[in-house]
Design a protein around this ligand. Structure first.
Ligand code: BTN
Length: 246
């Protein structure tokens, strides 16, 4: 079966959250490879319990996968989602405007946040694992999310609609997943992620649930963890946190 034909798409006008809708579909027995999109979300969710303000004109999309891979490989799925979102955003921007991936999986345009990604995973009652990649793209508007400066594709001169950006995302995600499903694709995915990343080699501070760490952002490893060289020269592996550039 051609890779693109494996996916189905349900489009809503307004629902609480495309991630919640995708998880509900999984619990109801959906076989996966299902995209849910909405024009608006009344209860959009961000990382670490934050809200994601979801106004008209932006893209809210969640991809449900069932049993996509062994649990270990799942750690690299955020890299695949970030690369696909980066490709969709880059194709919607005028020439010369640069998008970069900010660890773990935000996309910045000209240094300001324009995309957030929320990965959620749940073991279903029948023992299968559901994974949802929820992607919010500021196409037309840039709601303030408090933590970082924000922007939108429109603000930087892009003219595509949310539906058109979704068409790019749909294709880039299918291509990325097909590479990811072939185990040997992981090296290429990590290399592509690194070449599009913001801040490698720079001094950063990472806010963790229990404090913060500062040092040099050296790299990411094949599991998507951030490799930080702290001020004492020790290498720290970080799997979750908020990065701030200096
Ligand atoms: C972040 O905090 O940066 C992640 C934001 C993720 C928002 C998207 S919008 C589509 C999907 N549905 C949600 O409720 N959240 C994600």
């Amino acid at each position: 079966m051609a890779e693109l034909d494996r996916f189905r798409h349900l489009a809503f006008d307004e629902i609480p959250s495309t991630n919640s809708e995708a998880l509900a579909a999984a619990r109801a027995g959906d076989p996966g490879h299902l995209w849910i999109t909405a024009r608006r979300q009344s209860a959009g969710r961000g990382r670490r319990g934050r809200a994601w303000t979801s106004v008209d004109g932006n893209l809210y999309a969640s991809l449900l996968l069932i049993e996509p891979a062994p649990l270990l490989a799942l750690q690299s799925l955020p890299l695949v989602a970030a690369l696909a979102a980066h490709e969709a955003v880059a194709s919607a921007l005028p020439l010369g405007i640069e998008a970069r991936i900010k660890w773990p999986n935000d996309i910045l345009i000209e240094g300001r946040k324009a995309v957030g990604i929320l990965l959620e995973s749940e073991e279903l009652p029948d023992g299968r694992r559901a994974v949802v990649a929820g992607i919010g793209i500021n196409v037309a508007q840039a709601p303030d999310h408090g933590l970082y400066p924000v922007t939108s594709i429109r603000e930087l001169g892009g003219t595509l609609s949310a539906d058109e950006v979704f068409a790019h995302l749909y294709r880039s995600m299918a291509a990325g997943l097909s590479l990811w499903n072939r185990g040997e694709g992981l090296r290429a995915i990590v290399a592509a992620w690194r070449s599009r990343a913001a801040g490698i080699g720079e001094r950063i501070t990472v806010n963790l649930p229990n404090g913060s760490l500062s040092g040099t952002f050296e790299n990411i490893d094949e599991e998507g963890q951030l490799v930080l060289r702290d001020d004492g020269g020790a290498h720290r592996l970080i799997s979750a946190g908020d990065v701030f550039f200096h």
